[in-house]
Design a protein. Structure first.
Length: 283
């Protein structure tokens, strides 16, 4: 099961980051978006990130050109026809993901691995939309994908050992440390992180401390790279709500109930960095 060419469905912040990382690691990459406008935006963001690395002297212009040369943007799923691995990083909607998997199953070579970057949805439900459930696996990257050191590999009851092994090897080529989790609610990281994050938000909602003090307490007191509210703004408040709601739906554990403040922020469009306002202002 040799992986030479990788497809990525979706060129938003996660899909774009994954596509960039794969191209940086030497793979030929095809990345798709639903229209030209989104594709241009996603490819532009990758180009800008790499240009910043050139400016900082961390990447040569020739290497940047080579990485961009390995990346092909498309709006047609047919371009995945010769991919050995396709990673779906579309929005978190199970019905949409099932449709994407069924379509990829009809287009990709019979041996190709079909992966999802879902944060919290059931992977076996996507796998059964294909005729190759043994070749469906979760490859859960963390934001920003080119930088974060972890790749969570999620194995369903149908994933074959061969596909698991190929996924672990792929993770190594990307320079990641891999962990393996079963296809259960939130896998490892989100199952543990979400209750902690919601608790931090509750503290802020109850006025126990200011947003800055909560962030400083965790960042400096526990040596985290950034405070939890800053991180929530980076991930997106809508994503935090979606993941927490999905986990509550599956686990019925009150630790996954989002504070009212999160509902209000989503209703107001305060989704974090991407909308210019979340717990903090970014305008
Ligand atoms: N894309 C690509 N590269 C990025 C980037 C991005 N969006 N953001 C930062 N970087 C790179 C920078 O270019 C820089 O690279 P260099 O060292 O080669 O110059 C490096 O990351 C460090 O960036 P900065 O110097 O600008 O800033 P920091 O040192 O503060 O690091 C950070 C930024 C990597 C985001 C760090 O603060 C961090 O690790 N934060 C925590 C992130 C985290 O926890 N992510 C997980 C979120 S949960 C998730 O994704 C799961 C999902 O299911 C919800």
């Amino acid at each position: 099961m040799e992986i030479k060419k990788v497809g990525v469905v979706g060129c938003g912040s996660m899909g774009g980051g994954i596509a960039q990382l794969c191209a940086q690691s030497g793979y030929q990459v095809v990345v798709s978006e639903i229209n030209d406008e989104f594709l241009k935006k996603g490819m532009g963001a990758i180009d800008k990130t790499l240009a910043r690395s050139v400016e900082k002297g961390k990447l040569s212009q020739a290497d940047k050109d080579a990485i961009m040369g390995r990346l092909k943007g498309t709006t047609s799923t047919k371009d995945f026809a010769d991919c050995d691995l396709v990673i779906e990083a579309a929005i978190e909607n199970l019905e949409l993901k099932k449709k994407i998997f069924a379509e990829l199953d009809g287009i990709c070579p019979p041996n190709a691995i079909l992966a999802t970057n879902t944060s919290c949805l059931s992977i076996i439900k996507m796998a059964v939309a294909t005729k190759r459930p043994d070749k469906v696996v979760g490859l859960h990257f963390f934001n920003p994908a080119p930088v974060m050191k972890l790749l969570e590999i999620v194995k369903t009851i149908a994933t074959s050992d061969e596909v698991l092994e190929a996924s672990q090897k792929f993770g190594e080529v990307l320079g990641k440390t891999t962990v393996v989790a079963q296809d259960g609610p939130g896998f490892i990281v989100n199952r543990l992180w979400i209750p902690f994050l919601l608790h931090c938000i509750k503290l802020y909602e109850e006025g126990i401390a200011s947003r800055e003090d909560i962030d400083n307490a965790i960042q400096l007191g526990l040596n985290y790279p950034m405070g939890p509210l800053t991180l929530a703004d980076m991930v997106g408040i809508d994503i935090v709500k979606f993941v927490a709601d999905a986990l509550y739906e599956q686990l019925k554990d009150p630790r996954y109930i989002v504070p009212t403040l999160v509902d209000k922020m989503v209703a107001a469009g305060w989704l974090g960095r991407k909308t210019g306002k979340g717990f903090y202002d970014y305008k």
